[in-house]
Each structure stands twice: as structure tokens, then as C-alpha cells.
Write a protein that binds this ligand. Structure first.
Ligand SMILES: Cc1ncc(COP(=O)(O)O)c(C=O)c1O
Length: 582
């Protein structure tokens, strides 16, 4: 599918739309105008790809021969096969970084059978895509072109222009305004890329705040959802069902002997840990849980009471009794805070919302010893840092690698969510079978805890499939190597642009770019006082999604299958933005 769309040289962003399908050869149309918008590409799409778009870098394509050349090389863009490339027959590369065109899938072509028909262009024939494409690039006017007297570019529909505004208005009118949202309306994604409603593509390094473990629209997640939903979506926890049992088995296999309870979110998983701690200490009158300053444990009343940040509690007092906060990574402070009422210590393996701070090996080992000495449960909130995000299933497994005295280390309970379902809502907590002579795995007996949607066959089937993919594709290794690369490159940015970047934080794919305060960064606005927000907004403009954390940290929490090439793409864009404000 090829077209060449001529437009005027207007600088304004265009809404020009052109559509045609692969079966048609587009004849090059000469433009009298100095500037041309060019459209070229194809998507090899199955039935399920009707609402995708893709973006390809394409240079000036002036001649049909070049168009043909371009067709001869394919690249994979997630589930799309897009065509781009250079050819030996063309002296200079056809592709240029700067030439970026967005293709947007609108609807199925009328004349082609997706996946069946094919056209022979170049040495291979390509399946007819199930897409129509549109292009908008620096042109506000688009001509209709014909080939063999056939209209191949129908009149562009008046779409996209105000879609973002409309969506925002819906939110303003009908959605509780509890989130500070960025001015972005996203419509779809593929792999580590997402598109907004106007067709702009972003590299997603935020991963839905550490949720999209396999990126967007992963075909195996779709398959697991479809397959399981044909069989059984929900049955209630009054009955047994295989996916839940199998998922519990898999999770336990990555930890120590224990049991798993399934729920729907991170906050709910933590609630389960709180209740476990209370039950554990109950007969001795112990109920208190120590948590860390700067921690984050969710937005339920229990969650905000446990969270070591005042801002989440404000206006919702009184808090749930029994939580006290201790400085993170400070063993002596933990020891000093323990009272006769203390039943447990709960920490994040890597603090996320608090600014990407990993627990040190000494802290973990010291807490374990302290908890053993004082008969306390050591609990881990792994909602953000777990599920291979550190390069191991749990962050402590990575932090304690090769550390003397860490053999056989285990915590007593772990909460999980986020990456576990890759975007499908599922949470869980694991309890060690035995702790301090108590059968911890049995402590929540029949009738003590429950939730309607916990561990549905559908959610568990998805989580199982995600584990399959992570293991089969060795994504933990990818997280380590690509994460180390990103970390090293962020450190390089800090050396090169010390006036903007202070340093790199974190492990694996839970990384932080630590920035200077807003008033020390030359290119930052003085009226906006949060460095992280200013940077994240600028990164959006550049085409990268990241997540702010506190006032000076920009978090990278990408999909576990982010490739090295995508990491490089992200770094280039980040560096461009950093340079622009240095
Ligand atoms: C460490 C940690 N715990 C708990 C939560 C709460 O999880 P959820 O939003 O799924 O309730 C979060 C969410 O960001 C988190 O990062």
C-alpha cells in the first residue's frame, strides 16, 4: 500500500487524511508546492487490528522506483509489519530520522480480504492489510489523487481535530477529579508504543505505572483473555477452579513454600497483609505495623494509614490505628521503634512513589534478624517493584545476590499487583507457610477474608500467560541488561548535563532520573515549581511517556520486553530534552 499525498507547505499541523489499501499502487503525484506530505507504508494486520495506528520514518519519496524499493524491506512494529527501508539501488538511505509520518488505521478496506489477498511488490508478496491509513504531517490541505482514474484518497473525514478536547470535557463533567491528569488522551497501543487520539506516537517508558509488563496489546494476553473468556470468566470463590490453583503454584515456585490469596489491586493486597499481621499478633495484644517514611501502600483507609507520606492522609483523618513510620534503610531506627504492641514491619523492596530507593542488602538482612529476634513478621510491598521488574522475581532476590549471609533469606509475606496482570486487574499476597512457629499460611481460615473478584479464572489465565511469556522469552535477563544500560546512560547524562540531571536511581526497569531543583535548571519555567512535572511534560512533547515521582524524580517503569533499540530511542529523546533545557 503506497500513496504519495501532496499538500501545501503550511506549517500548521495537518489533519489531512488519505486512505487506500495495499492492493492499489499509488502513482507518484507531483506537487507544485514546495513541501509535500508523503504517505507510505503498510500494516499487515489481522482481524483484530482495526483501531491501531503506526508511525514510520520515511524520507522523501519522489519516484515510483523508490516507492518500490521501500516496499522491499520489512520491519516489525509490534504486531504490525511496516515497510520501510533503503535499498542498494538507492544511493542515499531512504529513511531519515526527521521524517516521521504517522499512519492511522481507520477502517477496513472494502476490496481486500485481510490476511488472504496479497500483492506482489518487490521480491515478496505482502498480505493485504486490513487497514486504511491516514497521514497528517505539515500539511493542512490534501489533494485527492487518482490512479487509473480511481480515487484512492477519499475525502478526509472531519475527525481527530477536537477529540482530545471532547474527551477532556467528558472527564470534567462526569469523572471524579481525584487525579491530576496530563493533557493527553491516549487511544491505543502496540508493544512499548502508544498513540494519542490525534495520532501522535509515544514511546511508553511509564508502562502504566509498572503495570504493562508485556507492553500494550500483547497478542498472547489477548489470546489468553479470549480463550479463557470462552470457557469461564467468573465462578466465585465458593468453588475450585484450575487457573487460580495453577497461578498460586507458579507464584509460590518463585518464592518459598507458602500460600497465595488473590484479590484485585495493590491496596487490597496490602490490606490482606495488614489483616495477617493483626491476626498473627492478636492473641498477644500486638497489632502495630511499622512502615517506612516516604513509603506508599495504596489509597484505602488502611493504605493511607500505612503510607509514610502526609499528603495522602490530609483531609481523611483520623487514620486507622496501629501504623507508625520509620526512616527507610535505617536499621537502628527500626530497632528503636519497636514497641510491645508491634506485630510486623512492612517495607517496599524499592520505594516507588517515594522516589526510587532500593532497600540496601544490610537493611534487608538486618530487618530479618530483628524480626526474628522480636518475633515480628517481615512483610514486603512488592506491588510496584515485584514481578521481575528488578531483574529477579522479587527485588530482594536481586539486592541480595552474592551477599554473604543472605542464603535462605525470605520475608514472611509479599503483596503483589500491577505487572502480575499486565493491565488486567489482579492482585495477590503470598504468605510463608511457617513464621515464628506459627502456620502463617493457614492463619486466614475460612470466613476470615475474601473478595468477590479475587483470582477469577480470567485474571489468573492472563497472569499465567504473562508468566509463560516472561519465562520463555527470558525477560528477567532483558530487564537486567537493558536496565543496566539505561542506568549507565542516565548516569552519563548526569555527567554531561550536571545542571539538569543529578543522577540515576534504581534497578532493572524501576529507574529514576534524579533532576536538579526546578530553579536550578536553566530552561525550566520559574512559575512551575516541580522539576519532575516540567520534565515529564517536555518529554511528552518529545514523544516519551514517563512518570513523575516526588518533585525531582522522573520514573522509568517500562514493559519488561522493552528492547534495546527502544531503550536507545527513549534515551535519544530524553537526551534531546535534557540538552534543550541545559
Ligand atoms: C508500592 C505500592 N503499593 C501499593 C500500591 C497501590 O496499588 P493499587 O493502586 O493497585 O491499589 C501502589 C500503587 O502505586 C504501590 O506503588
Amino acid at each position: 500500500m503506497v500513496a504519495d499525498v501532496a499538500g501545501s507547505a503550511d506549517k500548521s499541523r495537518a489533519l489531512a487524511l488519505g486512505a487506500f489499501h495495499l492492493g492499489a499502487f499509488a502513482r507518484r503525484t507531483r506537487s507544485q508546492h514546495q513541501h509535500r506530505a508523503r504517505l507510505i507504508g503498510l500494516a499487515d494486520a489481522g482481524d483484530d487490528l482495526r483501531t491501531r495506528s503506526l508511525e514510520i520514518d520515511v524520507a522523501h519519496v519522489h519516484r515510483m522506483t523508490q516507492l518500490r524499493m521501500v516496499m522491499e524491506q520489512t520491519i516489525d512494529l509490534g504486531t504490525f509489519r511496516a515497510i520501510k527501508g533503503s535499498s542498494g539501488a538507492i544511493d542515499k538511505p531512504v529513511l531519515q530520522e526527521e521524517e516521521r509520518i504517522t499512519f492511522h488505521e481507520l477502517q477496513r478496506p472494502r476490496h481486500a480480504a485481510p490476511g488472504k489477498d496479497s500483492v506482489g511488490l518487490g521480491p515478496e508478496s505482502h498480505p493485504v492489510p486490513s487497514v486504511f491509513l491516514c497521514v497528517w504531517k505539515d500539511c493542512d490541505r490534501i489533494s485527492r489523487h487518482t490512479m487509473n482514474d480511481r480515487v484512492i484518497l477519499p475525502t478526509p473525514p472531519p475527525i481527530l481535530k477536537n477529540q482530545q478536547q471532547e474527551i477532556r470535557e467528558l472527564f470534567q463533567r462526569f469523572v471524579v477529579p481525584s487525579y491530576g491528569r496530563f493533557n493527553l488522551a491516549l487511544s491505543h497501543g502496540a508493544g512499548s508504543h502508544v498513540w494519542d487520539v490525534s495520532g501522535k506516537r509515544y514511546l511508553d517508558l511509564g508502562g502504566g505505572i509498572a503495570v504493562c509488563s508485556l507492553g500494550h496489546a500483547h497478542p498472547e494476553i489477548t489470546e489468553a483473555l479470549v480463550e479463557q473468556s470462552r470457557r469461564l470468566v467468573h465462578v466465585s470463590n465458593l468453588y475450585y477452579q484450575e487457573p487460580q490453583g495453577r497461578l498460586a503454584q507458579r507464584l509460590v515456585g518463585h518464592l518459598a513454600p507458602g500460600k497465595v490469596f488473590f484479590c484485585n489491586s495493590g491496596a487490597e493486597a496490602n490490606e490482606g497483609l495488614f489483616k495477617t499481621a493483626r491476626k498473627f499478633g492478636h492473641d498477644e495484644g500486638r497489632f502495630e505495623i511499622l512502615t517506612a517514611v516516604n513509603s506508599f501502600h495504596g489509597r484505602t483507609l488502611g493504605g493511607i494509614s500505612a503510607t509514610g507520606q502526609e499528603k495522602v492522609k490530609k483531609g481523611f483523618e483520623p487514620m486507622v490505628e496501629g501504623f507508625r513510620h520509620i526512616p527507610f534503610n535505617d536499621l537502628e531506627a527500626a530497632r528503636g521503634a519497636i514497641s510491645p504492641a508491634t506485630a510486623a514491619i512492612l517495607i517496599e523492596g524499592i520505594q516507588g512513589e517515594g522516589g526510587i530507593t532500593p532497600a540496601s542488602a544490610e537493611y534487608l538482612l538486618g530487618l530479618r534478624k530483628l524480626c526474628d529476634e522480636k518475633r515480628l513478621l517481615l512483610l514486603l510491598d512488592a506491588v510496584q517493584c515485584g514481578h521481575f521488574r528488578s531483574g529477579r522475581f522479587q527485588s530482594y532476590q536481586r539486592v541480595l545476590e552474592g551477599v554473604a549471609g543472605a542464603e535462605g533469606f525470605s520475608v514472611d509475606g509479599i503483596s503483589m499487583a500491577k505487572s502480575l496482570g499486565g493491565g488486567f486487574p489482579i492482585g495477590a499476597f503470598w504468605l510463608r507457610d511457617q513464621a515464628h512457629g506459627v502456620e502463617l499460611g493457614q492463619i486466614l481460615g475460612p470466613g476470615t477474608h475474601g473478595t468477590t473478584f479475587g483470582g477469577t479464572p480470567l485474571g489468573c489465565a492472563v497472569a499465567l500467560r504473562i508468566l509463560d511469556v516472561i519465562e520463555r522469552e527470558k525477560l528477567a535477563d532483558n530487564v537486567r541488561t537493558t536496565g543496566d544500560f539505561l542506568h549507565a546512560e542516565i548516569s552519563r547524562l548526569a555527567e554531561q548535563y550536571p545542571g539538569v540531571v543529578r543522577g540515576a536511581r534504581g534497578l532493572g526497569f524501576m529507574l529514576g532520573i534524579e533532576l536538579q531543583p526546578f530553579d536550578q535548571i536553566p530552561g525550566f519555567k520559574r512559575e512551575e515549581t516541580v522539576s519532575s512535572l516540567q520534565m515529564v511534560n517536555r518529554l511528552h512533547e518529545a514523544g516519551v511517556l514517563t512518570i513523575p515521582s516526588g518533585s525531582q524524580i522522573v520514573r522509568l517503569l517500562p514493559a519488561l520486553n522493552l528492547s534495546r533499540t527502544q531503550a536507545e530511542e527513549g534515551l535519544q529523546l530524553i537526551e534531546k530534552v535534557v540538552r534543550s533545557v541545559a
